[in-house]
Each structure stands twice: as C-alpha cells, then as structure tokens.
Design a binder for this molecule. Structure first.
Ligand code: FA5
Length: 375
C-alpha cells in the first residue's frame, strides 16, 4: 500500500545538524478509498505525524491529509459515488478519520507554536542584572584639559564662572569698549541671531569671545573678583586646520587692589607649567584689544624635536591679555580709581592641540572613535 503514497519533501533548517534537511511528507492519495485503506493511511499518517518537528512540515502534512485539495477531500468525493450499503460502512469511518486528524493537526500546531515562541523568548532574553563586559568610555580631550585647568585655577583661589553663549551685542562688544564700527562686529566675524537693529542691548549674537563673562561677573558681584570662564565661542570664519567656527576659550579675570602685570605673568606661568607638567617660559609683548590697557600678547616658549631629531624651540602665540580698561570697569559698575585688574583669554582648543600634538583642529569636533580612543 505504501507504494501508492507519493511523498512531498519539506525542507527545513536543522539547528542541531546546522544543515538543511528534508522531511518526507506523504501525499496520502489513493485511487480507491476503502475502510482497509483508511486504516493503512491512518497508520502511515501517525508514523509521519510523530516525527514532525516544525510548523512548516506540519503545514504540508495537514494540507496533504485534511486540506481542501487533500486525500480526504478526494475520498469524500468518492463516497458520494458509492451505493447506500458501502456509504453506510465507509461514511462513519471517514468522518471519524476526519475529526481525529483535524483535531490532531490543530493540537500539534498549538504545541509547535508555543514551542517556537518559548525558544524565541529564551534566545531573546537579556539579563539586565548581568554585568556585561563593555569598553569604558573616556572624557573628550577638551574636557580632560578643561577640568585640569579648572582644578589648577581653583587651587589658586579662582572661581569657575559661566555665562550665555547667545549673548547681547552689548555684553559681547559695547560694554567691553569695542567701538560700534569695530570690524570684529561685522557680519563676517559675528553670527547675529536676530536681524540687527540700533539697540545693541536688544541684538543677540553667538558670543565671539568669553570676555562677556568679565562684564556679567562684575555687574553681578562687583570687585574684588577672581574668576576663570571656560566656554564655547563662535566666529563666522573659514574653517581650516587651525581655525574653527566654534571653538573653546578660557577667560581669566582678576580685579582687586594693586593688581599688576606681574600677577598676570605669574598666574599664566603657573597654569602652563601645571598643564605641561614642566616649567614653562612665557614672554609678554604689546598687543591691542579694546577692553585692556595696556593690551598684551602672551607667547609661550615651545620646545620640540625636529625632523632630524634635534631639540629645537620657538615662541608660539598663546593668548591675548592686558590690564582691564577703566571703561570696562566703569561699564561693569566698578570704580577704576579704587580697583585695577588683569584679564586674559586663551584658546583652549589650541592649547589641547599643543599638548597632544594634534595637527588638525577639525579632529576635535569630528567624533571619530579612532581619534578619541587615544585619550
Ligand atoms: C580674544 O578673543 C580676546 N577676547 C582675548 C582677550 C581676553 C584679550 C582678555 C585680552 C583680555 P583672540 O581673538 O585673539 O582674542 O582669541 C583668543 C584666542 O582664541 C587666540 O589666541 C586663539 O588661541 C583662539 N582662537 C581665535 N580664533 C580661533 C579660531 N578660529 N579657531 C580656534 N581658536 C581660535
């Protein structure tokens, strides 16, 4: 009898064997249905059924045995053509066969679906209480150096001050004694946030320098004052290896009685020697910034090894500085007859480049993992 049961092959992936395997599923077709034939098919079907492990195979099995175009569909057609006696004998058996296998297929389908769901849940399970080994993150080099600088200055009795990056034109320029027609205010250098009007206290700019904090701090607390203010500044610049349109500065301001340039020199030398972990030399030369008088440029003596392995040194521009202009003190409510002060502003981004030998400023805002993992 098995000879007339053609098989259909159902391909499935066997996870234990890691290969595709074929489950043969008989078609259960026969030319003539009889009670004996039904019994044989039942036996054969049970054998196959007990070996079925996947929903795909079960679907083929169900389709072949009890589906619309199945063997059983064919047998019911044959039943109609039988005489009354034969119908009486075969009819109930066929019905019993049908009920049994429809239920068996449904039960098995539920069982396999539950099994598949449980397997998926087990493999998708994440134990949130488990400590997974992960690569530790690190602070960005800018943050590392900024924090170091903050600790150096707080150790010298400075406070860390902060202020808005979107600033009024008045705090960023007027109060700092920068004349209305100064080229720095030009659209080429400054990002204006609103359309420009005549009232500088109503115009908003992205601050071009951290010097705005000098004004805010003195207006808030008067003198004496001893602060540094690290922060982001923005300039409408063409970006290249050493210039960015957004970079970090650190502003310093000390206003007290009898403050002189020697305090400025000592402060910067102390800070630089701590940052580079060796004694650093600086030189001071005249410079011009409207908010300081005298205005100064500070250079740093930079030692390096050249291409031929020889030790060399040269002066590098480090920052702008000077003695706080009396107009700035006045604009901030501090009496210039009573107080004097120094101020400086250096590029934190450039200092980080010097410390780590970074040749392109753009790397610092690139978010490249290969670059950042070095720090
Ligand atoms: C100023 O911004 C003054 N506010 C500094 C100052 C403060 C002077 C207090 C006197 C008293 P300057 O424009 O030179 O100055 O900028 C200061 C530093 O910012 C520069 O020395 C440089 O290190 C850095 N810097 C300037 N432009 C850029 C840029 N486009 N990209 C990266 N760093 C820059």
């Amino acid at each position: 009898m098995t000879s007339d049961l053609k098989s259909q092959y159902c391909t499935r992936f066997s996870s234990e064997k890691q290969i595709f395997v074929c489950d043969p599923i008989p078609l259960f077709m026969s030319e003539k249905v009889t009670p004996e034939h039904l019994q044989q098919v039942h036996k054969q079907a049970l054998e196959t059924f007990n070996k079925i492990e996947t929903l795909e195979s079960l679907q083929v099995f169900t389709g072949n045995l009890v589906g619309k175009k199945s063997a059983m569909g064919d047998w019911f057609k044959q039943l109609k053509a039988l005489d009354v006696e034969a119908k009486k004998e075969l009819g109930p058996k066929l019905q019993e066969f049908k009920t049994y296998w429809e239920q068996a297929c449904l039960d098995k389908q539920n069982q396999l679906e539950t099994q598949a769901l449980n397997q998926k849940l087990a493999s998708d399970f994440i134990d949130v209480t488990q400590a997974y080994p992960s690569q530790k993150g690190a602070l960005h080099p800018l943050s590392q150096v900024q924090r170091h600088i903050e600790s150096i200055f707080t150790g010298m009795g400075f406070e860390i001050a902060d202020g808005p990056e979107v600033e009024t034109e008045w705090h960023n320029f007027d109060a700092l004694n920068v004349p209305a027609n100064h080229p720095a205010r030009d659209m080429q250098d400054t990002f204006f946030v609103n359309s420009k009007n005549d009232r500088s206290d109503l115009n908003s700019v992205l601050r071009t320098q951290t010097s705005n904090i000098q004004i805010r701090k003195m207006l808030e607390n008067g003198a004496p004052v001893r602060i540094i203010a690290p922060g982001r500044v923005y300039r409408n610049e063409d970006v290249d290896a050493t210039h960015d349109a957004m970079f970090y500065q650190v502003e310093g301001l000390v206003v007290d009685k009898d403050i002189s340039v020697s305090h400025l020199k000592g402060t910067l030398e102390t800070m630089l020697s701590a940052v580079f972990a060796k004694p650093m030399k600086i030189r001071i030369r005249p410079g011009y910034f409207p908010f300081v008088e005298p205005g100064l440029e500070v250079d740093i003596w930079w030692e390096y090894i050249d291409k031929n392995g020889e030790e060399k040194g040269r002066w590098l521009e480090f920052c702008g500085a000077g003695m706080v202009h009396p107009n700035v003190l006045r604009n901030s409510g501090v009496d210039p007859e009573e107080f004097t002060g120094f101020a400086f502003g250096f590029g934190l981004t450039r200092l980080v480049m010097m410390k780590y030998g970074i040749e392109d400023i753009r790397l610092l805002s690139s978010n490249k993992r290969e670059f950042l993992q070095q720090f």
